[in-house]
Design a binder for this molecule. Structure first.
Ligand SMILES: Nc1ncnc2c1ncn2[C@@H]1O[C@H](COP(=O)(O)OP(=O)(O)O)[C@@H](O)[C@H]1O
Ligand SMILES: [Mg+2]
Length: 474
């Protein structure tokens, strides 16, 4: 029977030898009984040589035996006979575990344990205590020691306790490592999330910028298109105007001579032949029509000079209505007037604006050959948007908040087909049969309104017929 006793010597029955020597011998021996081999294996179970254990015990024998056994198991062992010596060793390198005698001459067990833990918080400490000091040892365990072992103890018990202590240390280090990794992962995740958030915000900002740029671009494009259209229109009018002026001058005098000739012949060509009289009448009509076209052309190409006076728009409107009274009666056109009494005066060329209204009234009447209603309206208003003819650079003359004087002419006539709306101001655009329309009325009208710095708009009414709106600066 092999016994490991307090003095850490193995008594085999035949001799007393130190445990390490015994174990070595046992390993070498080829024939040992099973029980011996088992103990021997337990004692020599190999462990990592990197596991460092510190033994602090003032008893030299204990120190020696313990280091022999533990070295045999593969631990790296350091020993110290005094508490201070042990602490010194602790400060030179890290230890995984310490086996500490609680009763040392130079320092109390509790103090030593505290200092060891302070110096090396990770270390697991197994206390060795005499039975008498058990109570204080337990108090210490409640503090920081892993376990205590009372003397006399079996080496096996110590080894198992040490294994557990080392396992606990290993586990707690592993769990700390894992939690550190997890924390790092978490921090990394947070960092990536933050980066993602920033990237998203940046993306959203760029999207907004892009959209603003896009809508600005769209607006500029629209403005450019409108400006281009106006340029083309202006160019067209300019060349037509010059052409018209030349033709009109050339044609006006010959027409006057022909008219005089017709008059002369009508008076002096005494003939019973009715056909000759009819032919002369036809010629007279034709020449007068040609003359009206020529006058239209001259109006259109007349030098851009206005005789501006401060006028009441209502009275200009009423005067123009008088001029077309005959035509209205002829075609059974009713009249509705809604002229504001508090209209602000307007700077305008009275004759030219009368011409404008007459053109517009005649168009309306001609669009109602079966009769209808011509409604005229004047009013003052404050602009909420810059002009209603948006997209036109002319609308830029008008500012939001500005007061303007409006004239509206509505009819209950045929209306204008949608695709022709953009053409009605073009020179010579007419849908009327030859002799009835010259296609210059609205061209001249627009030119006059432009010269006044006003705006003209023509469109179809929901109820049918056309509405012409003219805006003047008050
Ligand atoms: N009130 C209206 N109702 C229907 N069509 C109109 C109206 N005013 C103008 N138009 C159309 O615009 C064209 C051009 O008008 P305008 O320049 O005055 O020339 P004209 O009257 O000699 O035809 C007209 O031929 C007609 O087709
Ligand atoms: Mg006309």
């Amino acid at each position: 029977m092999v016994q490991i006793l307090l003095n850490y010597q193995v008594i085999t029955g035949e001799e007393q030898i130190t445990l390490s020597a015994y174990a070595l011998r046992q390993r070498k021996r080829s024939k040992v009984d099973k029980h011996r081999r088992k103990i021997c294996n337990q004692l020599t179970r190999s462990v990592s040589p990197n596991t460092h254990v510190l033994v602090i015990d003032d008893d030299g024998g204990t120190r020696e035996t313990l280091s022999d056994v533990l070295r045999l198991r593969g631990y790296a062992i350091e020993t110290a006979g005094l508490g201070q010596e042990g602490l010194k060793k602790l400060s030179t390198r890290p230890f995984d575990a310490a086996i500490v005698d609680i009763k040392l001459p130079d320092i109390s067990g509790a103090d030593l344990l505290r200092l060891i833990k302070e110096a090396s918080p990770e270390i697991e400490v197994i206390l060795i205590t005499a039975f008498a000091s058990l109570n204080s040892a337990i108090q210490d365990i409640n503090g920081d020691a892993f376990a205590y072992i009372t003397r006399p103890f079996e080496m096996n018990h110590l080894l198992v306790t040490l294994d557990k202590a080392l396992e606990k240390r290993h586990l707690s280090m592993e769990s700390r490592r894992l939690s550190q990794t997890a924390q790092q992962d978490l921090a990394e995740r947070r960092r990536i999330e933050e980066q993602l958030k920033q990237a998203n915000a940046e993306l959203a900002r760029r999207k907004r910028l892009f959209q603003t740029a896009l809508s600005d671009l769209g607006k500029s494009h629209e403005q450019l298109k409108a400006a281009q259209l106006q340029l083309i229109q202006a160019e067209k009018l300019e060349s037509v105007g010059r052409l018209a002026a030349g033709v009109a001058h050339e044609v006006k005098n010959p027409l006057a001579i022909i008219l005089q000739g017709i008059n002369y012949l009508s008076k002096h060509l005494a003939t019973d032949n009715g056909n000759i009289a009819l032919a002369l009448q036809d010629m007279d009509k034709a020449v007068k029509r040609a003359d009206s076209i020529v006058r239209g052309l001259l109006d259109f190409s007349a030098p851009s000079e206005l005789r501006l006076n401060t006028e009441e728009l209502n009275s200009v409107m009423e005067q123009s209505l008088l001029l077309v009274r005959h035509e209205m009666d002829k075609y059974h056109v009713n009249e509705v007037r809604e002229l504001s009494e508090h209209l602000l005066p307007v700077r305008l060329d009275r004759i030219k604006i009368e011409q404008v209204f007459v053109n517009i009234f005649l168009n309306a009447i001609q669009a109602m050959p079966e009769g209808g209603t011509l409604a005229v309206k004047t009013y003052t208003k404050q602009l909420t948007v810059a002009g209603h003819n948006l997209g036109s650079r002319k609308a830029d003359h008008f500012r939001i908040g500005e007061t303007v004087v409006m004239a509206e002419v509505e009819d209950t006539g045929t209306g204008i087909p949608g695709d022709q709306l953009s053409e009605v101001f073009d020179p010579f655009f007419t849908t009327k049969s030859t002799g009835k329309g010259t296609g210059l009325g609205l061209t001249v009208t627009k030119k006059i309104i432009d010269l006044h710095g006003g705006l003209i708009n023509i469109g179809n009414r929901k109820e049918g017929g056309v509405r012409v709106t003219i805006m003047f600066k008050a």
